[in-house]
Design a protein around this ligand. Sequence first.
Ligand code: ADP
Length: 469
Amino acid sequence: MPRASLQVKFGVSYLAVIVAVLVLMNTYPLTASEDLVFRSKETTMKSSVSVMTTALTGLAELNEENVANALTVTEEAGVSRILVTDDAGRVLYDSRETDSALGRYAFYNEIVQALRGNDVFSVAYTGGAFQSRCASPVIYRSQTIGAVYAYEFDIEQATILRNLQSTLLRISGAVLVAVALISLLLSRVLTRRFGILAGAIRQMREGDYGGCASVGGHDEIAEIAAEFNSLADRLQSTEEVRRRFVADASHELKTPLSGIRLLTDSILQTESMDSATVREFVGDIAQESERLTRITENLLRLTRLDSGAVEAAEPVAVAPVVERAIHMLRLVAQERGVELSETVEREGVVLATADEAHQIVYNLAENGIKYNHPGGFVHITLTGDDDTVLLTVEDDGIGIPAGDLPRIFDRFYRVDKMRSRAFGGTGLGLSIVSDTVRCRGGTVEASARAGGGSVFTVRLPRARGGGEP
Ligand code: ADP
């Protein structure tokens, strides 16, 4: 229904405007030309009557003879009929020969008015003609001795006006039909294009993000469709990422669970298993469950970051965080024969939570140790400028192949699955680092270190005031 109503609204408003324009077009020019004719009639009639009265000026009294004599010298300037009466209203002269009023009394309103000393003019457009009447008194020594009356019945100008009227009406009719057709066509096209858009939206609502609203043209609807298509593309890729994440997460959780299952089955099914083997198996079970805990903790952390429920930030001094991470990792580093060191060139305070700062430093330093050789090193440098705190974690370990660098921050992405697993990796550490840094307005990048190994560079906005030494 809303589609139909849009079509109707569009068509009706379009037609209403056109009808208003046509009504104006059919009235204004006609009344204006009518007015013009009225004015020109007034001028010609008055001048005709005035020519007559001037010709009669000087006569002491009017009679048929002297009026006829006086009027032979004048021309009747295209007026239909002229009457001259004496002061009693008796017709002394009639320009019309057939059915002449000569000798009769003519008490036309205009003549009565003229005999009272007034100049009178009236015009009307009736019966398909302009009928104009004009009368003036004939005065001798301040006495009204008679009246001149002129009458005109003009069909010619009235016909021109009528023709104009009917031409305008015909044009209006044609315009109206054309406009109605165009508006119908346009509203059809419009609603059809909206229909395509609505269809694509419906398709998306039903979970199909692959649909595309193909609306041609370069207007606003095409613009909306293009925006919609790019939104659908984004949703589709987000949906893909989500599906892949769920699949990867289930897979990662399934691996330790199957390990635990296998170990417990072995213990349960082997009747006389010696206690050393049982201990070894239980130890493995503990390791696997620890791994499960780590994965779920990391997943929870990422879900929190995804949901945008950011904890309130506070100024955190980074140097103590670096020291604490080094302290916690010293033993592991020693076991692997990796030297762990730090340089604080410029102390930095960032806005985050203490736990987030710890996660960033700890994960990067731990990776530097994990993916290293005995005899290698991991060096953390804290520096920066007035706006940025710069943390670099550098190692001369196994390095990251250039082809893997762009995907290194993806969830569950690992260059060497076996190696990562062997060191208890979950494939989520760098995702947590990158999401956390991004959520606090910073950036992180990984690159190959000249001379072997990798460098991770974290940039975070420096917190203003408070905490700077
Ligand atoms: P994991 O838990 O597997 O360490 P991460 O997300 O922390 O997961 O790292 C993802 C992958 O990136 C690792 O599996 C590893 O292949 C690679 N990687 C991370 N840091 C380093 C590093 N310093 N040197 C070499 N490879 C690294």
